[in-house]
Design a protein around this ligand. Sequence first.
Ligand code: ADP
Ligand code: ZN
Length: 435
Amino acid sequence: MERYWNEEMERMDRKSLETLQSYRLMRTVRRVYENVPLYRERMDAAGVKPEDIRSVADLHKLPFTYKQDLRDTYPYGMFAVPMNEVVRLHASSGTTGKKIVVGYTANDLDMWAECCARALTAAGADSNDFMHVSYGYGLFTGGLGLHGGAEKVGMTVIPVSTGNTKQQVTILKDFGSTYICCTPSYALNLAETMKEMGITKDEIQLRAGLFGAEPWTEEMRQDIEDKLGLKALDIYGLTEILGPGVAYECSAQTGMHINEDHFIAEIIDPDTGEVLPDGAQGELVFTCISKEAFPMLRYRTRDIVQLERGVCSCGRTFVKMKKPMGRSDDMLIIRGVNVFPSQIESVLLSLGNTAPYYQIIVDRVNNTDTFEIQVEISPEMFTDTVKNLEEQAKQIREAVHTTLGIQAKITLVEPKTIPRTEGKAVHVVDHRKLH
Ligand code: ADP
Ligand code: ZN
């Protein structure tokens, strides 16, 4: 039977939910207008007053905010409470440019833990379970975010953080963890290390894992479930809005429910900013309606997703977001064709026979884009004949061509050539940006 952490919220009828959202939105807009100069200036410039926002239907009147706004006001310019009310800071890993800094009040931390507790309960966890946290602890939100949620549920939390993968396998086995959270790439890294250590999935107790912080495909889900013998659930979040727990998957495994009593989601056309109808694919935009220290209004996530309304088989009424394909800035344009790394992951894993490790290398030679995919062969294939390997490369080349409509050079590389990661995987090396 489906269990809920907060049934009243998670199954609230849409009309009551909208009333709650409207009330919280109004309050938030008024507060940030008074306390955050950037919002006041933007709203004044757009001719919008706080009293113009009376319900969710007025949301579209508000101006957007962007990652650049957070950089321009670095570090604390967009905080909406005095610093003595802020009890925690986090920052984005800053893979692209200057770090952005966010803050939480005690109430914010409690709300965050609640969002993660909902995700864990949806995954079937309760206070009898052990939680192995291999997301990084530190400025990155992954570790401490899920840590707080697991403690709220009453699980026995093992704060392992990243690194020393062999030791992590030993801990997993000896401490009897039933739940794990980390990036999907690291889950595979753990599975591979387990195999090298001669430990089978029957020797560990894992029942489910919450994996997120990077895009991953259905094929990768299957692979992780097979190798670790667990149910793999998706969890989504971003530093600017909260960290993990903005949206979470239920037993249906068909998308993530957005915690809509705290965050309002919109889908817009990334080029025109126009709000798109339900079901359309576009850029996800979030508005925080219950946060105190750092409430973002209409924040452009750059994540490309689709929303799905309607009651889910799990009974939750929150809107679901489909698996994000990646951020718009992860999208490569190769010879005029849009390519998401996740499309290549899908092709590779559906063909089988290769290890789920790949890297896309793009360059520009004589004004033409070159497109190479380095694919690691599995240790089993390594001893295969050259002819078989050539056949394998040909199959991949054809499948990539069918999916994307462009030709790629496929290079099979030896096992363990592609760097393993403890956090987010790096799938693209774009030399065009470096010239
Ligand atoms: P950084 O911006 O430094 O990478 P964040 O942890 O804030 O650090 O990254 C958040 C981003 O990670 C999201 O905007 C999204 O692109 C990606 N992400 C998080 N969870 C998922 C998920 N479950 N599926 C796909 N992408 C995800
Ligand atoms: Zn559901």
